[in-house]
Design a protein around this ligand. Sequence first.
Ligand code: HEM
Length: 161
Amino acid sequence: MQTKKQMSDRQPPVSAEEQAARRNLLVQDVIERTGITEGMIAELVTRFYARVQQDALLAPIFTRVQDWDDHLARLKNFWSSVVLTTGRYHGQPMRTHLPLPVAGDHFDRWLDLFEKTAREVCPPAAAAHFIDKARRIADSFEMATATQAGRIASPRHIFRS
Ligand code: HEM
């Protein structure tokens, strides 16, 4: 049974409009603090995957990509959705990564290249924002792919220096 205090702590339900307004404010704040634009996302994605395709460890995993224009368009939409919450990406990235033959060293290299590119392409606050998101997502993918392969991984990328 709930006490009077617990009942009075309950917040009134937030409407969908109110939630959308709060989200917009958060995104507006990100844009003002970081200056991230669609153009910056496009440049980051293009340069990053050019590097991936030259990388001895990662390139073999990406040979399954048949249509690079489509892949780059998808990834631009993905980052636009993650950072600017535009909702342009419709996909299941976790499911895409589960069958990939990847382990810790692949994730480390992926982040090495992504972070290097973000720092080259973006001003510091924007680079920090992309990097924070990428590290969290990489952690979640690494833990899930490890579990799928019968291994156990723990979150660690968030502690990269
Ligand atoms: C070990 C590191 C990683 C490797 C080797 C890798 C590899 C790949 C490959 C090969 C694909 C294409 C799959 C296909 O078309 O069949 C792909 C798709 C994708 N990757 Fe990664 N990835 C890695 C990490 C990440 C991370 C950390 C992110 C996000 C921050 C990410 C985001 C995506 C997205 C959004 C797609 C498109 C999924 C879709 O088809 O909708 N990847 N990745």
